[in-house]
Design a protein around this ligand. Structure first.
Ligand code: FES
Length: 156
């Protein structure tokens, strides 16, 4: 699918939200849901349709850390660095994860398979340390389990 043209489904979503409050956030969420990030040319198309300056769109994207400006890996990993997870070894988990996928946080592996980020508390502190892979939660993660988790995800 070409990434420089909004699909009809997104255009009608934008039209539906055009005059509603908070529409920019809703539309950007929808765009990110569709592409996995906010492609630059799509940000320009959204600006046109909503009749807002592109700078406003980028202001929102960079203010809220929810939005990505680059394409993430096929598998998106998030390691919680909230207090409970940090105290239970979240940082070591990140270091080992970086070692196993071969790139640092917020970087896509050369084969496009993985990208990882550190996130704030995701609300399951009782399971610390916690990570998610494509939204699926893994709790009480031990460093020794990481390879198995990555292998399983890679095979899907
Ligand atoms: S601190 Fe990690 S889930 Fe709350």
């Amino acid at each position: 699918m070409p990434e420089n043209k909004l699909p009809a489904e997104l255009i009608s979503f934008i039209n539906e939200w055009k005059n509603k409050q908070g529409n920019l956030i809703m539309v950007l969420h929808k765009v990110q849901e569709h592409y996995g990030f906010i492609p630059r040319e799509i940000a320009f198309e959204v600006a046109d349709l909503l009749e807002v300056p592109v700078a406003k769109i980028y202001g929102v994207i960079t203010f809220y850390h929810l939005f990505k400006l680059t394409k993430p890996g096929r598998n998106q990993i998030a390691v919680c660095m909230g207090t409970a997870c940090y105290l239970k070894g979240g940082e070591d988990l990140i270091l080992e994860l970086e070692r196993q996928i071969g790139v640092g946080l917020n970087t896509v592996t050369p084969d496009g398979e993985f990208s990882a980020e550190a996130v704030r508390c995701i609300g399951c502190c009782g399971l610390a340390p916690v990570m998610t892979v494509n939204g699926e939660v893994f709790g009480n993660v031990k460093i020794a389990q990481l390879k198995k988790i990555l292998d399983q995800v890679r095979a899907k």
